[in-house]
Design a protein around this ligand. Sequence first.
Ligand code: KIV
Length: 258
Amino acid sequence: MNDNIRKIINKKNKSKIVCLTAYSKNIAEILDSHLDIVLVGDSLGSVVYNYNTTRKVNLKMMIEHTKSVRMGVKKSLLIIDLPYNTYRNKSEALKNSKKAIKETRCDAVKIEGGNRVKDIVSHLVKNKIPVLGHIGLTPQTVKGKFKSKGKTEAEKKKLIKDALELEKSGAFGIVLECVHSDISKKITNLIQIPTIGIGSSVHCDGQVLVTDDILGLTNAKIKFVKKYTNIKKMINSAVLKFKQDVKSKKYPTKKYSY
Ligand code: KIV
């Protein structure tokens, strides 16, 4: 197991794991000094390409964006999401994970699913591919509306089984998406690998959010998204100033001319 991954596991019960998404170099560079993990999520589809589903994201897109992010990430663990239909069986998953890691030099892959993908996870891990699991709300396979998970007894049982099976299969951590507080607490206490929550309460070992959401770049109105700034406003005022300078010939002055 690579040292960076060992470091993430060792944070469990000691220090919260901080993770955000990135899709390109400039943002990744800013995130890198602050975070433990930078994730190139397939949220790329909605955030950058305005797709209504992550299912439209393909491996080529993920690889190109991860290559860009790689240029900005020097110290954090860099993880790529394997997109929909790229890990339907063990050999497809291994072939695509190897390709993604080779071409992007990222540290690990993330795949969605619990018990359903346990054999794929163990096959990847046996072949030295570090895997971050992802259970709860799994956007690649969601049917109908996005809903929180872990309300009913059946859902609770399934989530616990999913988490235990992923741990047994060798995943080094698990993203819990939109999982109710009591069950994310239970899972976090039950397994030895860290849980990274998105909309899954403070009980998780770490937290992940979509960077564009916390910066106020998207119009996300999601219960768990906290906007930490309003970059849209800042960009608007800079662009307006530039426009005014151009119109009034205040830009470019001699200083900005050859
Ligand atoms: O696609 C994504 O960005 C994700 C996280 C937000 C967990 O899967």
